[in-house]
Design a binder for this molecule. Structure first.
Ligand code: ATP
Length: 259
């Protein structure tokens, strides 16, 4: 299938990923529409990171297909349309670069030719740093920043590429409250501009009211795909979510479905 303007930014069919001979992700079917904010929840080891890494081609598929904007991932070349924020532990450790340099790497997929950054590149970097409230740290080595600030650098890096689809792997893990609120503000703005967001999360925190849909993985399979219940409202319609074990405080699970 060739890329078409009205195709979903992300569509998975029967996706399976095998790591070290073990099936980690199994039979995942999932479509994410333009402008949607989807969170991926599930207990440790349920396969969330593996799934999003396969979606940005960091891991190969054992079965099934992934399409980005209507193009199969094997043939997809338009990576400037996709932003990815990796899990924090792998993000900036050992990188001696400055904040500005790291964020500038987010522009690389947009550069037509190798060469110096253009005025537009520099402006995009500055704006992304302003959005995450780090403009004053542009010339500082990333290593001098706190963990939460480093995570904001990685988010700015993805934003600098002006992606239409933003995939984030636990951007708030171990991040202070101030950084979480800054990220919530950034996402609110991106969603108002129709950016599509897929976010692996442990806690919804300030994002709860913004999320359109929660996907819960259990043992590599989708165990729930639906609305996020209001914290106080455990009654109601098709999203009737009986109170039982919260998923890492993220949401109240429907009986027999959530991990
Ligand atoms: N390279 C690998 N080889 C073999 N197994 C792996 C590899 N990478 C991850 N796994 C295993 O895959 C399973 C799922 O890991 P994954 O990181 O996708 O889970 P997760 O849901 O993101 O967990 P967490 O919330 O802890 O980040 C785990 O059991 C993990 O040990």
């Amino acid at each position: 299938m060739s890329g078409e303007e009205d195709s979903d930014p992300l569509a998975l069919h029967d996706v399976g990923v095998v790591l070290g001979g073990r099936p980690i992700v199994r039979q995942v079917d999932l479509s994410v529409a333009a402008g949607e904010f989807v969170t991926l929840l599930g207990s440790n080891g349920s396969g969330k990171s593996t799934l999003v890494r396969a979606c940005v081609r960091l891991l190969p598929l054992a079965t099934g297909t992934v399409e980005l904007f209507g193009t199969s991932i094997e043939r997809f070349r338009d990576w400037r349309r996709v932003g990815y924020v990796p899990q924090r532990s792998t993000a900036t450790s050992g990188v001696p670069s400055t904040v500005g340099e790291v964020v500038m790497t987010g522009r690389l997929a947009r550069r037509r030719y190798a060469g110096w950054a253009t005025a537009r590149d520099r402006r995009a970097v500055r704006e992304a740093l302003e959005l995450v409230d780090l403009a004053a740290r542009e010339g500082d080595p990333v290593a001098q920043l706190s963990g939460g600030q480093q995570q904001r650098v990685m988010i700015a890096r993805a934003l600098a590429g002006e992606p239409e689809l933003l995939v984030m792997d636990e951007p708030t893990a171990g991040v202070d409250q101030h950084s979480q609120e800054i990220l919530a503000g950034v996402l609110r703005r991106m969603l108002s501009e129709q950016t599509t967001v897929v976010m692996v999360a442990h806690e919804l925190g300030p994002f709860r009211t913004m999320v359109d849909r929660a996907i819960v993985l259990r043992d590599g399979r989708i165990a729930y795909d639906g609305a996020v219940p209001d914290e106080r409202d455990h009654s109601g319609d098709q999203h009737h979510l009986h109170s039982s074990e919260p998923v890492d405080g993220a949401a109240v699970p429907p009986e027999g479905v959530w991990p």
